[in-house]
Design a protein around this ligand. Sequence first.
Ligand code: NAG
Ligand code: NAG
Length: 223
Amino acid sequence: MRMSGVFRLLAFTFALVTTWIFIRSYMNFSMKTIRLPRWLSSSTKETRAVQTKCSISKPCPANFFAFKICSGAANVVGPSMCFEDHVIMSPVKNNVGRGLNIALVNASSGTVLRHSSFDMYSGDVNLLVKFLKEIPGSTLVLVASYDDPGTRMNAESRMLFSNLGSSYAVQLGFRDSWVFLGARDLKSKSPFEQFLKNNPGTNKYEGWPELLELEGCVPQKMV
Ligand SMILES: *[C@@H]1O[C@H](CO)[C@@H](O)[C@H](O)[C@H]1NC(C)=O
Ligand SMILES: *[C@@H]1O[C@H](CO)[C@@H](O)[C@H](O)[C@H]1NC(C)=O
């Protein structure tokens, strides 16, 4: 009886000590595993820091502005425009409209001057002509189509867009998709433009071509 009592005490102490050792090593192990996610999370922070303005595919060099313009999808999802990580127009901001969506940005400071939507199916094209004529010097012009940007286009509005560097404004028509970044005082055609003709044979949606996405880096204009 006495022997087994001592033995029990020994067994209990042994169990206590091994449990303690086990817990110590387990704690050490768990401390190591805690360090691993910390190290991982610090590396995710690094990838986050690399994330580009407007989520464009490559970061822009210094003295360049990042931008991304998406046209509307059919007559369902509105277009969006991002400039230097600032969303100027989008369905979430509830400030887009069918037709042409246009934002004006100061080409040296990158600040938004104004933005507006023009109904090009049943609206008055003279409102668009007036808006385009009043664009101040050294201004970037961002354009995104939604549903129908073309029906009300006239010779004067086409010419004003061509003067901003557009190659496709001359042929913009009913339900075409169009995204464009141009500028006042541009002496050549803008490299930032995409255009899809409304073509029943190739349309992605019934009645509308695919939506377009345009992104890039535009050089800051020094004053
Ligand atoms: C736990 O880590 C400490 C400090 O790193 C060390 O001194 C100790 O021996 C470790 N214990 C075990 C059980 O590995
Ligand atoms: C654009 O920004 C520059 C520099 O901040 C400023 O001098 C100029 O007046 C601005 N232009 C317009 C049209 O706001």
